[in-house]
Design a protein around this ligand. Sequence first.
Ligand code: BES
Ligand code: ZN
Ligand code: ZN
Length: 491
Amino acid sequence: MNIKYLNESNFKDYDGVIFPVYEESLGVAHESLAIPFSQLKEKELFEGKKDQVHHVTIMGDKAFKDVVLVGLGKTKDVTGHVLRNAIADGFKVLKTKKVSSMGIFLDNVSEGLTCSYAIARNTVEAVVMANYTFDTYKSKEKKTFLEEVTLSFESIDDEFIEAFTEGKIIAEANLLTRELVNEPANKMYPEVLANRVIELGKAKGFEVEVFEQEAIEAMGMEAYMSVAMASDKAPKFIVMRYKGSDSEKTLGLVGKGLTYDSGGLSIKSTGGMVTMKSDMGGAAAVIGAMSAIAENKVKTNVVAVVAACENMIAGNSYKPGDIIGSMGGKNIFIGNTDAEGRLTLIDAMHYIVTKENVDAVVDIATLTGAAIHCLGTVATVAISNEDKFYGMVDHSFNKAGEKIWRMPIFDEYKEMIKHEDADLTNTAGSPGTITAGLFIGEFNGDLPWVHLDIAGSSWTSKAKHYTSKGGTGVGARSLYYLAKSYGKENA
Ligand code: BES
Ligand code: ZN
Ligand code: ZN
């Protein structure tokens, strides 16, 4: 599917068209269309309300034409998110009509959303993201009809063009993240992930270094290796480096990269295990973000790290009751082998703050089932030790339309991660999402730090607007924006 923009076009040029409509301007802006708007309103079929979608077929010059009206609500309430959802809904309806060319008519959108950057970015993002389906393993090839999508807008300016390019890149990064998550664990294991990152680094322009088991052990990453060693699949410690600026500041990203989590000896139920290919959603998010950051040549220095491995069961498994070491030197009591993510993350975190010279760090992880109890699948749970840096992360998530909520850090929670026989325990009590995050925070070298638990937000059982079933790709676009604003702040 090719996407382009034109500053003048006629709806007659396309098989299918999308018209976003405000409540106030129902029918007015589209007089040329032979659509009985007043009748639609009377029957409450389409009134331009937010989330309303109505399909009509009209007679074109030679054949029927599919028209989809999408509601934007009131002009005063419109946001980029409203537009993105509306376009995605319209796009999906038109795709089912098997059109080969699609025109999206954006002229009257600027009655409410005045910024051409927001119009272009949200529209192109909606189209790219709504077009995704995970069908790699459907052996019957699906016929594709849609060849070209055109954004028609009368006032195309530099901002529109910049946003079009950027929106396309970050939407593709979101799809890359979804695809990495959706690949099953028998196809996507540490070696495959590492090779994919090497390819991406070459294609997009970032440096990649992969540490093998020997090097991982030599660095003293006992916590990471304790998790990884029961698997037949070798662990890969993946480091991505992107230099986009002469500034001395570097942003660090750490993603949880469990390509599969069986729970280990504290084995999960089949129901709990069946979606655990998604336990590398944090890694996928940082990989997606790095791809977009490099492709769009963001003026920031960024290093991302993924300690990729599988949590499996074998004679050499780590065991509940064990006390293990870590690269940072702290000893950890293992209360439950299913709390493995934090063990891989502390070695990755210690590595990035001591070896890669980062100045602020975000870790992103499908860390705790408790995160789903906190905010459901709707939002990412965050904790942070610093308000200013958290503010940047919060702003970046909002810009991407990805919901985030910060939890408190109370002293009582810090007590819970201590253990009487060791320095720390991997199974502190409730609130499990906060104590798991604080465990990782022990290794942040006192840098500005944000921990993101995406156990809920990275996966969905229902497609909605521009998201598809399975991986949501959460984090990729938000972390891209974070890198961009971090670079501006530290130029
Ligand atoms: N990968 C899981 C967390 C998870 C659960 C992600 C559901 C996505 C959906 C993690 O490794 C885990 O199993 N955590 C345990 C920790 C507990 C044993 C302290 C959990 O949340 O139950
Ligand atoms: Zn687990
Ligand atoms: Zn896990």
